[in-house]
Design a protein around this ligand. Structure first.
Ligand code: PBG
Length: 341
């Protein structure tokens, strides 16, 4: 039935009508709030490239967790800034690692908050890569400690890294982390982590895998927040090429076969088509990560008066939900929850 019988504007006349026919609704109960935990006491240090986001010492992280919970956001994901970095990421898997300390403290004060642990090695490695680094065969003998000049001169070793990722996951779950979220992009990590968790008796700890994680320039501000920039080279040999959506489906499929309970696409807004394709194809709960660069762009433009902050914040979250992600990891979790209340 065409115009003039059909007039789509009839249902747009008032706020009430628009709400009635809204196809996509945002609710805080599907938000995950990222937090960066650092050593010390009373530390609340703002991240320069992410206004409103802080490095928090454990005591402050507990306060933040209480606020997150009070606002109706059900979950937070923890990232750690260790006091020391080394070549085997000790800070990631040590029972007194910074995230382990934070998990114990938060769980005892805010037990109902679902705590996720980002499992990766980059924050804890002196070289800032997500796995173990070895000089490549053609330059064997070259010290890895001295930054290799070209990507062909070093290798991020896949299989040996799995052991550290599995050890980290078990350690985090034992400290009270409810959901393990591997973000390293090594092949086989989900299977290795599932096996290690099960062997440790942690059969009820779910895995949210960063299944399709792209090598992205949008992670820039995060690397300041988590002090995790690679000291040489880049992450293109393990994170995905932004050109590939079919390969993203294979990555997700592999993680599901290895035992992932939930899957995630990251970043979010530049990859809405990947979110939509994953929603269409897979039945698992699907999350998307609105990453640091997405947040920083909106904040910077809003500070310049070029866009309306709250409007763009909500529109960006709505677009991610509309594309098919039911769960959204976002630095806006608290602000959006306040607006939705
Ligand atoms: C760790 C990790 C990163 C992010 C989440 N986990 C950084 C990276 O891969 O370089 C990025 C999150 C963000 O930008 O907000 N590997």
């Amino acid at each position: 039935m065409a115009f003039p019988v059909t007039r789509l504007r009839r249902l747009r006349r008032t706020t009430e009508l628009r709400n009635l026919v809204s196809e996509t609704r945002l609710t805080p109960d599907a938000f995950i709030y990222p937090m960066f935990v650092c050593p010390g006491e009373g530390v609340r240090k703002e991240v320069k490239s992410m206004p409103g986001v802080f490095n928090l010492s454990v005591d402050q992280a507990v306060k933040e967790a209480q606020e997150v919970h009070r606002l109706g956001v059900p979950s937070a994901i923890l990232f750690g800034l260790p006091d020391k970095k080394d070549e085997v990421a000790t800070g990631a898997w040590h029972e007194n690692g910074i995230v382990q300390q934070a998990a114990r403290a938060i769980k005892s004060e805010v037990p109902k908050l679902i705590l996720m642990g980002d499992v990766c090695l980059c924050e804890y490695m002196s070289h800032g890569h997500c796995g173990i680094v070895k000089a490549a065969p053609q330059s064997l003998g070259a010290a890895v400690a001295a930054p290799p000049a070209a990507t062909t001169e070093y290798e991020i070793v896949n299989d040996a890294s799995l052991e550290l990722l599995a050890r980290t996951s078990v350690s985090l779950a034992k400290a009270g982390i409810d959901i393990i979220a591997p973000s390293d992009m090594m092949d086989g990590r989900v299977g290795a982590i599932r096996k290690a968790l099960d062997e440790a008796g942690l059969i009820n700890t779910p895995i949210l895998s960063y299944a399709a994680k792209f090598a992205s320039g949008f992670y820039g501000p995060f690397r300041e927040a988590a002090d995790s920039a690679p000291q040489f080279g880049d992450r293109r040999s393990y994170q995905m090429d932004g050109a590939n959506i079919r390969e993203a489906m294979r990555e997700i499929e592999a993680d599901i076969e290895e035992g992932a309970d939930m899957i995630m696409v990251k970043p979010a807004m530049p990859y809405l088509d990947v979110i939509a394709a994953a929603r269409e194809r897979f039945e698992l709960p699907l999350a998307a990560y609105q990453v640091s660069g997405e947040y920083a762009m909106i904040e910077a433009a809003a500070r310049n008066g070029w866009i309306e902050r709250e409007r763009v914040m909500m529109e960006s979250l709505l677009s991610i939900r509309r594309a098919g992600a039911s769960i959204i990891l976002t630095y806006y979790a608290k602000d959006a929850a306040r607006l939705l209340a």
